[in-house]
Design a protein around this ligand. Structure first.
Ligand SMILES: [Mn+2]
Length: 247
């Protein structure tokens, strides 16, 4: 049983809505990590772990110490931790590697337990949200704007970022869950025209969902840890959506 399982979770959004609530959530996540470190081989953090993260050349944001040190401890005992950038925490430039995480800039295609996975934070995929896609390409992922942002004093830039991050969260879910599910299913089907994928794993939408795409393929949306405490467990190629019960 030891170190046989793979775990997937996303959207911790640490930092919001305020310090107090965020620390409660952080401690809950740490309890979960302590529980799964007993049998985990790989842990995939599928984006938006931090509600806002930005790294300057010589400066990282305060906070999140407990989670970062727990992740470091876990990686040191030999569990691989994979960190996919989300739309809230894409500005990491090396520090998280020091913590022991393997950081990915884009989607992961990987084979685990003989199954083919496509793992993605899930923002900006599929045939919708065109405005956001343009914004992401031209501003968020733009080196020039990142440089410009980094010139400001961190106390000021973090304040600005938090303002926009709150605003984007309020605007985020224009449509209901079914709208996104339908669009994501369509996206999966399109991918399947070109290659075989057993399991699609997405975060971002704060929906907990296990959806059949066809006889072989399934789509899992990981939910979040703001409302759901949800995660996916893979054991001997069998995926299972679970919820962490925190006393
Ligand atoms: Mn997101």
């Amino acid at each position: 049983m030891k170190n046989k399982k793979t775990y997937f979770a996303s959207d911790f959004h640490l930092g919001v809505p305020g310090k107090k609530e965020s620390i409660v959530r952080e401690l809950k996540i740490i309890k979960w990590l302590d529980e799964i470190k007993v049998d985990a081989k790989d842990i995939f953090l599928v984006g938006d772990i931090f509600d806002f993260w930005f790294e300057w050349n010589k400066v990282v944001p305060k906070g999140n110490y407990r989670l970062l040190s727990k992740l470091s401890e876990i990686s040191e005992i030999g569990i691989k931790i994979h960190f996919l950038k989300g739309n809230h925490d894409l500005w990491t430039f090396g520090y998280l590697k020091e913590v022991g995480l393997k950081v990915y800039d884009s989607d992961i295609k990987i084979e685990i337990d003989g199954k083919k996975f496509l793992i993605s934070h899930g923002d900006g995929i599929g045939n919708f949200d065109f405005k956001y896609k343009i914004l992401k390409k031209t501003i968020f992922e733009n080196k020039f704007f990142q440089k410009l942002f980094s010139i400001l004093h961190p106390d000021i830039s973090i304040k600005i970022a938090n303002y926009f991050s709150k605003k984007s969260r309020l605007k985020k879910f224009k449509h209901d869950d079914n709208f996104y599910l339908k669009k994501l299913k369509k996206y999966c089907n399109k991918v399947l025209e070109k290659e075989k994928i057993d399991y699609f794993i997405f975060g971002h939408y704060h929906i907990v969902s296990e959806t059949k795409i066809n006889d072989i393929s399934k789509l899992f949306i990981l939910g979040d840890w703001v409302n759901h405490n949800s995660y996916l467990q893979l054991y001997e190629g069998k995926p299972e959506m679970k919820k962490f019960n925190y006393q």
